[in-house]
Design a protein around this ligand. Structure first.
Ligand SMILES: [Zn+2]
Length: 499
């Protein structure tokens, strides 16, 4: 990759010169309040369609004036609707942007310009997203953001479509031996894709860094449906492909025993859903499976290793391009309400892999998501426990305060106290080794009877995160689903806090 290196050097010189100029201008002479403000990141996630629909400067005006935003997390690569596209079909449009569904043309992909030399070692040739014609969203927004002194990070997300060239060849294999629509993180082509994409974006554009999203779970949690957004799919767990088998052999994990263990776990889950109680009870039977088949846990751990290996490779690639580029990871919502998942994530370890962590503390949609998690684990492993009691018990495990009852969680949501506690836990966990930027829920779509964002609680959540000591916040998930009054309320909290 000779070409990118020459670009790197140019960027490096440019950046160094800018750093020198900044020093000469004397940031030390800033008043104390401004220095504090300068250190805090007030970020927002925005997809390409918002700039295309509303105009670059009009969007940036809103973000700066209403939201006090100083950093853009620009959705640059994904096939998912959570970060990209207009409002999700079936939910009302916010009070800005085009009031029409993009279902007929939404596709996803790379909203910047892919440079083929970065994708030589992968069958996944990054494809320019066709949704918005020839638009290159990074070269469109970056100069305008820079002119305003705003930082810009490219958000990239591990969400693909199964109809893309190359996807079938590198897709995961499930317990039954079927190819799936998710990509295997041990496959060399997949690893080369992520490092290629990160290198492309960081070499081709003078951005501030990358925010990497990967919300995928390992097979144990997937078998139990132990996340917020998923159903229980115990026979579809992944990955059992040849690259996983190779990694397992290197780690001394027996493949046949693993398959046997997951087959028994599948039988346990399916029996539980049919209300067929094991003689010794649901929890004991589950725990016995883990004891008799330690391979179940080992295989789940292997998935995490694959995922974290990719994160580490992306960070190393980015840093080799320019040492001052920042790499952040999105830490998914399940980390805040699933103690089994939480046990697999050490903040002190994550801190070594990233410059900052975007910790999801979405409190509006958090209510229905937490309820969904309790209902799922309460249908299998903890089926013998009344669900309200299970939730109270879980609240103690998680150090939650006085949250709503299970049947009201969706309507009431989680509290600003939850935002503060999860922020504090992350800060205590990383011990100053990386920055913590809680993701604040602004209008993430929820079910018909579930809580919707309001200015008051958006203000309260933003304030709670900053008052807990966060290094900033990231307004989430995408500008195209946020009401302007809610963005203004979040901005008001940021302005008040920063002075
Ligand atoms: Zn695999």
């Amino acid at each position: 990759m000779n070409e990118p290196l020459s670009i790197n050097r140019r960027n490096f010189v440019k950046t160094s010169a800018a750093a020198l100029a900044a020093t000469a201008a004397g940031p030390l002479s800033l008043p104390a309040a401004e220095k504090t403000a300068a250190r805090k990141t007030i970020g927002i996630q925005v997809g390409a369609v918002s700039f295309a629909d509303e105009g670059t400067d009009a969007v940036l005006d809103n973000l700066q004036e209403r939201g006090a935003v100083n950093t853009i997390f620009l959705t640059t690569f994904t096939y998912g609707r959570g970060l990209s596209g207009r409002q999700i079909p079936g939910h009302p449009f916010p009070d800005h942007g085009k009031q029409a569904s993009d279902e007929s043309f939404f596709h996803g992909g790379n909203y910047a310009t892919p440079h083929p030399e970065f994708y030589r070692n992968t069958v996944l040739k990054s494809v320019h997203a066709p949704d918005l014609g020839d638009l290159d969203i990074v070269s469109t927004v970056l100069p305008a953001a820079k002119k305003r002194g705003m930082k810009l990070f490219c958000s990239i997300e591990d969400v693909f479509r199964s109809d893309l060239p190359g996807v079938k060849e590198v897709a995961e294999v499930d317990l039954q031996g079927r190819r799936t629509g998710t990509l295997c993180l041990f496959h060399p082509d997949v690893r080369a894709f992520w490092t290629g994409l990160a290198a492309d974006l960081c070499s081709s554009y003078d951005i501030d860094g990358i925010l990497f999203f990967n919300e995928r779970n390992g097979p144990l949690l997937n078998a139990l449906g132990a996340s917020h957004a998923q159903n229980i799919a115990s026979s579809r767990v992944t990955c059992f492909c040849e690259y996983h088998q190779k990694a397992a052999r290197a780690a001394g994990i027996d493949f046949e025993r693993t398959r046997e263990g997951y087959t028994k776990l599948d039988q346990f889950v399916q029996a539980a859903l049919k209300d067929q109680r094991p003689t010794d009870g649901y929890f004991v039977e589950f725990w016995r499976l883990l004891v008799e088949y330690p391979e179940i846990m080992a295989w789940d751990r292997l998935f995490d290793q694959g995922k974290h290996q990719v994160l580490a490779e992306v960070k190393a690639t980015v840093k080799s391009i320019r040492a001052n580029l920042q790499v952040g990871f999105h830490i998914e919502h399940v980390n805040s309400f699933n103690p089994i998942f939480r046990a697999t994530r050490r903040y002190d370890e994550l801190a070594q892999k990233a410059d900052f962590l975007k910790v999801v503390v979405y409190n509006n949609c958090g209510g229905e998501r937490y309820a969904h998690f309790i209902n799922n684990v309460g249908s299998t492993v903890f089926r013998d426990v009344p669900k309200e009691e299970l939730m109270r018990f879980n609240n103690h495990l998680l150090n939650y305060g006085n949250e709503a009852a299970l049947d009201e969680l969706g309507r009431i949501g989680l509290s600003p106290d939850y935002v503060a506690r999860e922020t504090k836990r992350a800060l205590d966990g990383v011990k100053g080794k990386c920055r913590i930027l809680p993701g604040i829920d602004i209008g993430i779509p929820t079910g018909k009877n579930s809580r919707k964002a309001s200015p008051d609680d958006t203000y309260a959540a933003t304030k709670a995160a900053l008052a807990a000591g966060a290094d900033g916040v990231i307004f989430s998930r995408k500008y195209s689903e946020m009401e302007l009054a809610n963005l203004s309320a979040a901005g008001r909290a940021a302005k008040e806090f920063l002075g």
